[in-house]
Ligand binder design. Sequence first.
Ligand code: AMP
Length: 392
Amino acid sequence: MTALPPNATIGIVGGGQLGRMSALAAARLGYRCHILTPEPDSPAALVSAGVTLAEYEDQAALRSFAAAVDIITFEFENVSAEGLDLLASLKPVHPSPAVLRVSQDRAVEKGFLNGIGVATAPWLPVDDMASLADAAARLGLPAILKTTRLGYDGKGQAMIGAEADFLAAFDALEPKPLVLEGLVDFSCEISVIVARGANGMVAAFDAVENSHRDHILDMTYAPARVTPEIAAEAQAIARKVADALDLVGLLAVEMFVAADGRVLVNEIAPRPHNSGHWTIDACPFSQFELHIRAIAGLPLPRATRHADAVIKNLVGPEEAALWPELLATPGLIPHLYGKAEARPGRKMGHVTRLFALGGLPGPFAIARALGALNSVGNPAPSPLEGEGRGEG
Ligand code: AMP
């Protein structure tokens, strides 16, 4: 793969904040970006040289988008793989449509992971009520019923505690088919972001720990508060998945650390990831720069960090309204995505707080460091919890 020359144009499918931060990283490397999105004034288009405003299924628009760019990537996985196939017939697309197909379908994804020897929660496909009853009998209850496609931020899943829940859960979840997953008793949720170039070079960031609120990522702690062995295993898993996919680009691997210490993959996403936003401020080369470098055929640096960090997402109108206070809080590095309207559950921005390398403090100090954010639906830890790690 020859390196994409400076001033070339990178096409990004999707106009969200991941595209915005990718475009900002691309700009620093001397590239232009052109966004394909149906949304006027999208966060990515607001910082890019060009935009094609069209639905992802609009074939004429896909063709004119491809004509306007030199290479193509995506920041949004719910684009149709067929649309991406069309783009790939016109311009290089990284990661490939084949990689997208694996990550778009939970059943395909889990089958792929298990096939390369990567452990997941126990799971079974569910097509109808009979297969649901059979899966529940084999996996045991409680279990989680999930759509195979189009799920994100906890949408498209239902907890099943008893047989009485079967029908309501099955009926509520669309589109079918579904999968039933055994409930993992986990001590924490972690993720590793890995970049891989066309030459097979891989750079993996340190494993980080993620905490959720209302099924939406709330905070990321870098590094994860796990043993060095578990951190190394998580990185090894991410590298293995990237290699097996023959990935060119960036991949986020979300994992559970089970109470018994096993590391189980929950899901993968072949794009920049919310749990990698800390890398903008705590690493010489962020996840977005590694993404751009990998798809542009540039040398991949090591994914080192020069600080420990936490990030907190600014979700919905309540947290977005704290912006003036956050700007004035010493030590907070604020990021805003340029979204005009702050709807509940919408990620409006994030803040990063850096700590000395190896000096990530306990929950009290982290809560204090977040200033005003600490009090929004996210109560400070009770004094009884102490400063130990693990409370998230
Ligand atoms: P997902 O949509 O698969 O990313 O799941 C959203 C969240 O639900 C995860 O981050 C976990 O907190 C929880 N979750 C999902 N699957 C399981 C499982 N099999 N066992 C326990 N918790 C789960």
